[in-house]
Design a binder for this molecule. Structure first.
Ligand SMILES: Cc1cc2nc3c(=O)[nH]c(=O)nc-3n(C[C@H](O)[C@H](O)[C@H](O)COP(=O)(O)OP(=O)(O)OC[C@H]3O[C@@H](n4cnc5c(N)ncnc54)[C@H](O)[C@@H]3O)c2cc1C
Length: 400
């Protein structure tokens, strides 16, 4: 019997750990190399749409994620100042149309949960990859401490500033989108009772939008506030923001939002940079997965979901053709790259729609949404079916 494939996964974020889980389930030998000295508690909430939960089901983790996250009953979009409901979608209709619901989870909780399924000896911390060397029968990963690891396949799951991607394709030039975000987590006990309904909520306004939803079984409320700006900030998850600047920026927005911001002890800010889809994800025995392959704007809530889908598809193709990993890697890219590129571009377009500045354009947008709702909830959701209806075990566009 041929020996199992050895895969070195660079990066122990959601994508890397999901890949480890998927590959281990298929009997492969996996080692994850994570630069941080411990898995970080850092970060806020991530939304998992039905396609992400379908992918997690394939990894046997859907129920655990629903138990550790927060399952809202619906998603609502409100107008920035009045709070008027622009559209509300029940997640019961998601289940019937897409076969799964949507939930939100703290990034740290998700990372911890996924790490439970990687044996301790296969998760190497404080291992910062500096370079990869692809070869026709295997690949080598080099680390900051001077060590090297050789594997049949090296998978770059090392996020938006991927060293593996740089090693393959050289340094990139992301462009600043003119958008930045603040993010915070609030203990709901600090808010007036009943102020924030248990719904995934978005507030669309001129030049910006705000989203909030509960995570950690409702023990924390996560919010993210997006705004168009000329000021240039870092593309980092850990730069602390100034509460006074945040409150000044949103001073004309709905009072409820300002109450949420005022109850927040600490906020973080980061600038949004955009990347064009890559033409290829790898060379020889090295490939990419998650944000390293397809970093995207957050407007379709697909960052985590797309990386989990990648993990399922990669493990499937490698398990189907273990004797020919080169063909499997090509198939992985052929199955995943067109879809993730479309999601990257779709997220770009969604930003434009969310932030319309002219009242007339906003009126036309809201009227269009109302018209589609009037024709039926199913028709209204049809537009997003190509994302939400995807099943990584049948990786073609699912028809609802
Ligand atoms: C600290 C942090 C906080 C985040 N907070 C949020 C948030 O609040 N909301 C949200 O929606 N998304 C957040 N994200 C992004 C979100 O997790 C990802 O978009 C999504 O989950 C896709 O995951 P990924 O595994 O491809 O990348 P990531 O989640 O970015 O994971 C990449 C991992 O690779 C590691 N790494 C990077 N470079 C190297 C290297 N050279 N060698 C070894 N390891 C390396 C990183 O430490 C990280 O653990 C955050 C990401 C990070 C890293």
């Amino acid at each position: 019997m041929a020996r199992p494939l050895r895969v070195a996964v660079i990066g122990g974020g959601i994508g890397g750990l999901a890949a480890a889980r998927a590959l281990l389930m298929r009997g492969m030998e996996v080692t994850v190399f994570e630069q941080a000295p411990r898995l970080s508690e850092f970060g806020g909430g991530v939304v998992l749409t039905p396609n992400a939960l379908t992918a997690l089901r394939a990894l046997g983790l859907e129920d655990r994620v629903l138990a550790d996250g927060f399952e809202s009953k619906s998603q609502v979009v409100r107008s920035w100042r009045s709070g008027r409901v622009i559209v509300r979608n029940s997640f019961a209709s998601y289940r019937s149309m897409f076969g799964a619901t949507s939930c939100s989870i703290h990034r740290g909780d998700m990372q911890k949960l996924l790490a439970e399924f990687v044996p301790e000896r296969d998760l190497r911390l404080s291992a910062r990859c500096t370079e990869v060397i692809p070869g026709p029968r295997g690949a080598v990963a080099r680390f900051a401490d001077g060590s090297e690891v050789e594997a049949d396949i090296v998978l770059g799951a090392d996020g938006i500033h991927s060293a593996v991607r740089t090693s393959l394709f050289g340094p990139e030039n992301p462009h600043f989108t003119g958008l930045m975000c603040w993010r915070g987590l609030v203990d709901p006990a600090r808010l007036p009772p009943g102020l924030v309904a248990p719904e995934q909520t978005a507030w669309w306004g001129p030049h910006g939008h705000v989203v909030h939803y509960y995570v950690r079984r409702g023990e924390l409320l996560n919010w993210v506030a997006h705004i168009e700006t000329d000021s240039w900030t870092e593309e980092s998850w850990s730069t602390e923001g100034d509460m006074a600047e945040l409150l000044e920026t949103y001073k004309h927005w709905n009072k409820q939002l300002r109450q949420i911001f005022e109850a927040t002890e600490r906020c973080y800010k980061w600038a949004l940079y955009d990347r064009d889809p890559l033409k290829s994800w790898g060379r020889d025995r090295v490939t990419l997965l998650g944000d390293s392959a397809h970093a995207m704007l957050p407007y379709l809530a697909q960052g985590a979901g797309q990386s989990i889908e990648d993990a399922c598809v990669l493990a499937d193709v490698l398990a189907r053709t273990p004797e020919d990993p080169d063909a499997a890697l090509k198939q992985y890219e052929a199955l995943r790259l067109p879809r993730t590129s479309k999601v990257q571009l779709g997220a770009r377009e969604r930003g434009r729609i969310n932030h319309l500045s002219s009242p007339w354009d906003r009126f036309k947008r809201d009227a269009r949404i109302a018209w589609r709702r009037w024709r039926g909830a199913k028709t209204a959701l049809q537009e997003i079916a190509w994302i939400y209806g995807y099943n990584p075990q049948q990786p073609v566009v699912a028809q609802p």
